[in-house]
Design a protein around this ligand. Structure first.
Ligand code: SF4
Length: 224
């Protein structure tokens, strides 16, 4: 456990380095050249193609498909989970299994949808085997793709679902039960955290807390 905590803080420190030094930092092998892409569609397509071809961490050898993320190009909300599951790996699309359909219901309850006004992504773009947590080094290696997507999409609000995504995006190493219910910022973007839909499917007693988090999300959108 001690070793895991140390690794976790290592990754957070390295993410801070990204913020200070940008994408060309020597810690990372992912780079984005100054291209000629002049539309969000083209820039997102460029990230998608890099993700599809990416072999920078060990998850590449285990995937059927990488899952770059998808949704509205000018999103009100960017939803961020930890990584693809079995269905997502099969289809190359984010949150399409049972948990994804449940997430769609959450979004619908507050007037959101992945087709109209949300973009759905993950911390790592390839499936960790047996749905284990992404390792800190995998999250760190993959993070520049997500950071670039956020920079292109400029969502009005970020919603993280689950412990891993919430810890990484808030830079706090506490459990999701203690993290949720407050407003954070990622760079200047308001950020709300909640449980992962698969956790709530396993434990329906969490539903009232998710509803509170969705109401917080809605308030932030309305005040934006
Ligand atoms: S998880 Fe991310 S860094 Fe690892 S191979 Fe897939 S796209 Fe590349």
């Amino acid at each position: 456990m001690k070793n895991y905590t140390k690794k976790f803080w290592d990754i957070l420190n390295l993410i801070e380095d990204y913020e200070k030094y940008g994408f060309e930092d020597t810690h990372s092998e992912v780079s984005f050249s100054e291209g000629t892409a002049d539309s969000k569609d083209e820039m997102l397509k460029s990230v998608r193609e890099k993700v599809k071809a990416c072999r920078l961490c060990g998850l590449s050898g285990l995937r059927t498909n990488s899952v770059p993320g998808e949704g509205a190009v000018n999103p009100l909300v960017m939803v961020i989970g930890e990584g693809p599951g079995a269905e997502e790996d099969k289809t190359g699309r984010p949150f399409v299994g049972r948990a994804g359909r449940y997430l769609d219901k959450w979004l619908d309850a507050v007037g959101l949808s992945r087709e109209k006004n949300c973009f759905i992504g993950n911390i790592v773009k390839c499936r960790p085997p047996n749905n284990r947590d992404p390792k800190p080094e995998e999250s760190f290696t993959c993070f520049p793709y997500l950071e670039k997507q956020i920079e292109i999409l400029k969502p009005e609000v970020i919603l993280t679902v689950g412990r891993i995504a919430s810890q990484i995006m808030t830079g706090r190493s506490i459990g999701i039960g203690a993290l949720r219910g407050k407003l954070y910022h990622y760079k200047d973007i308001p950020l709300v955290t909640t449980y992962h839909p698969s956790g709530v499917l396993r434990n329906p007693s969490l539903r009232p807390r998710v509803w509170d988090d969705l109401k917080l999300l809605k308030t932030v959108i309305n005040n934006g």
